[in-house]
Design a protein around this ligand. Sequence first.
Ligand code: ZN
Length: 434
Amino acid sequence: MMDLIHELWFLRRDLVSDGYDQALYRLAQEVPMAIHEYPSGEQCWTWRIPEKWSVQEAYLETLDGKRIIDVADHPLHVVSYSLPFEGIVSREELSSHLHVHPTLPDAIPFVFKYYQRDWGLCASQRLKESLSDERYRVVIRTRFEPGTLKVGEVIVPGQSERMVMLAAHLCHPAMVNDDLTGVVVGVDVMRRLLQEAQPYYTYRLLILPETIGSVAYLSHHEALIPDMVGGLFLEMLGNDSAHALQFSFQAESAFDRCMQAAFRGLDPQGYTGAYRSIVPNDERQFNAPGVRVPMLSLSRVERPSYPPRPYREYHSSLDTPAIVTQERLESSRDLVLGLLNAWEKNLYVVNHFKGEVFLSGYGIWIDYRENPEGSRRLFEIMERCDGEHRVADIAAELGIPFSAVWEVIAKFLEKGLVSLSRVPNPTSPRRSLE
Ligand SMILES: [Zn+2]
């Protein structure tokens, strides 16, 4: 994953651009990938596919020709999708077009103006403060032309057409944690799933430009939407923080409940938050009206702090390979695989026993030192094996990790005391409360 990051991170990966395409084609060598193309100008629901954008040159000079800022030094020196501009401007006029990072004085900020047409350059606060001439020369040679927006799709076919969507965006030029880490983790997850036995659910990973890529894909695959049972957006998985799981718009969905229960056991330091409360991303398009796929988001966004920020180097030239590690990417990959594995196992537990099981007679004993929760909860779990609870429902009711419940269920399965069912199969007569 770090090798891919080193190879791709510095590319000028704007929404529709040669750098984005180059990165996507390179990723397509890693896993079998279909690449969907949507031409500039095409209407996708209420959106329109933007033009392809490229930069020939962009710089700021003193009037005697001393170059102060040059996009050749760093892709972030020009606003993504900046209009072309050439002329002599006053320092005051320049100021409103020269963007700086709000909190990092030495960093170049990532600024994009996809739909509010304007020209702009970006520099560090220190550089901007050092400008003392009255007038400067600006040259921004950018080109807008028809192109195609590309969405990469990797499919792990399951036994069922019902599917889980994974998504990550690739449109952040010369940055790493946001957004390449989500992409490389997603690709590695798919590679692993393709090597394993065929899953029950179908898994699809989308690699796309943020927002517009999701809208383009969904609007062209409306027939798939009813089969999307859940999803997970991946981003910011390399920085030094615990994992953060943000629930979908429908936090009570079976998929949310399962992810929450599984997450609890997979990263005990991790934290969870409501929809939109941690970091908003492409999952918004999946959760939106008319789509309503419960897509959660997994990141390593810092716990709520003041000033609120996902992580220190966010949207800046300091978001480099130096702030991410292979170890953290691997732990995020394993966490995603653990979440998906839990979803595969999240079936109704149907009891073949009546009354409480004679546990010692069956030799069912859980080492309380290895799994104190499982041991303490053994009876509470057994009571809920009634064909009406899925594994995650039991975990949610008891407030314990999915893995702790599964450990007990696995022993019951081994002894033939229960079986698993995809549909509810209530075994216990209900009594009214009269
Ligand atoms: Zn971003």
